[in-house]
Design a protein around this ligand. Structure first.
Ligand SMILES: C[S@@+](CC[C@H](N)C(=O)[O-])C[C@H]1O[C@@H](n2cnc3c(N)ncnc32)[C@H](O)[C@@H]1O
Ligand SMILES: [Zn+2]
Length: 269
């Protein structure tokens, strides 16, 4: 993996626990082991990305193993080439990369996210992986350096993906299927509107779809903490008042539908 300077785009080299470019732009390695490659002048808010509360909720929910079928499906889609590099874009607190690293030893995993809290938590737990803070629209890695670009419920920037991907590399995108978390949406909104998002619209000029999978299953939430963590990691939590949150939790369905779309793309030659 070759990091580049987010300001002048020249290569970064490591010395004395610091990354530096030839123009003397420098980036410290935090005590958790990650590097912040999102300079203040490129931030569009003070604390971009998911908040600490969302990150903690996501970790608590994911570590209960509810999404193991999704991990298995993602792993089925990954091309397990020797010495390949997988970039988990918008990796959050690092759960997916951690699970993949346990199962595919031939692949090196790097994660980045725009949220400092997310990257801090990821780097603290997954010590064998590299993490940096950056946004999807300007990823500080050299051209044609990534074999698998994985993105799970995070924003996409087709131009950057095209620049980073090797000629025969793959893009794996996980997004919400029509009925994802339907029961929660039904509690909150009067009319349920099925999710309708297809990243193909963003990728179609540069990529072709190689495979499309729809994975559905149900999860049973056994504790109030689990319900709370799930609610809190979704946008729903942030769109309702505190009283409404309590009411939702008291009437919360214990069985929740998960509906994922997993698509694999390759560059158009
Ligand atoms: C719904 S979360 C998904 C996190 C993780 N992929 C997972 O599934 O557990 C979306 C993530 O994208 C990050 N994010 C939002 N905007 C971003 C951007 N412009 N660049 C990089 N990451 C971004 C958020 O901070 C958050 O961690
Ligand atoms: Zn520089």
């Amino acid at each position: 993996m070759q990091l580049i300077c987010p300001i002048c785009k020249s290569p970064l080299t490591l010395s004395n626990k610091m990354y530096k470019c030839e123009h003397n732009h420098s980036y410290d390695i935090a005590k958790e082991g990650y590097v912040n490659l999102l300079p203040v002048q490129k931030k569009n808010s003070k604390n971009p990305g998911d908040s600490k509360e969302m990150i903690i909720a996501r970790r608590s929910f994911l570590e209960n193993g509810h999404y193991i079928p999704l991990i298995d499906k993602i792993i089925e889609c990954i091309d397990p080439k020797e010495n390949s590099l997988l970039l988990d874009a918008g990796c959050g607190e690092g759960y997916y990369g951690g699970q993949i690293a346990d199962k595919i030893k031939s692949t090196t995993i790097i994660g980045f996210d725009i949220s400092k809290e997310a990257i801090k938590k990821a780097a603290k737990k997954y010590k064998d992986q590299s993490f940096f803070i950056a946004g999807v629209n300007e990823i500080p890695l050299t051209d044609a350096s990534i074999d698998t670009y994985l993105t799970i419920f995070a924003p996409l920037e087709a131009g950057e993906i095209n620049r980073l991907l090797t000629a025969d590399g793959q893009v794996i995108i996980v997004s919400a299927g029509p009925n994802h978390m339907r029961e929660i949406a039904e509690e909150i909104y009067e009319t349920f509107i099925p999710h309708d998002y297809n990243p193909i619209h963003k990728l179609k000029d540069d990529f072709k779809e190689i495979s499309y999978h729809n994975l559905t299953f149900q999860i049973d939430l056994t504790t109030r903490d689990d319900m709370y963590a799930l609610l809190m990691m979704t946008p729903y939590y942030w769109s309702v008042s505190k009283d409404n949150r309590d009411e939702i939790l008291s009437t919360f369905s214990k069985t929740i539908s998960c509906d994922f779309i997993i698509q694999v793309f390759q560059k158009l030659k």
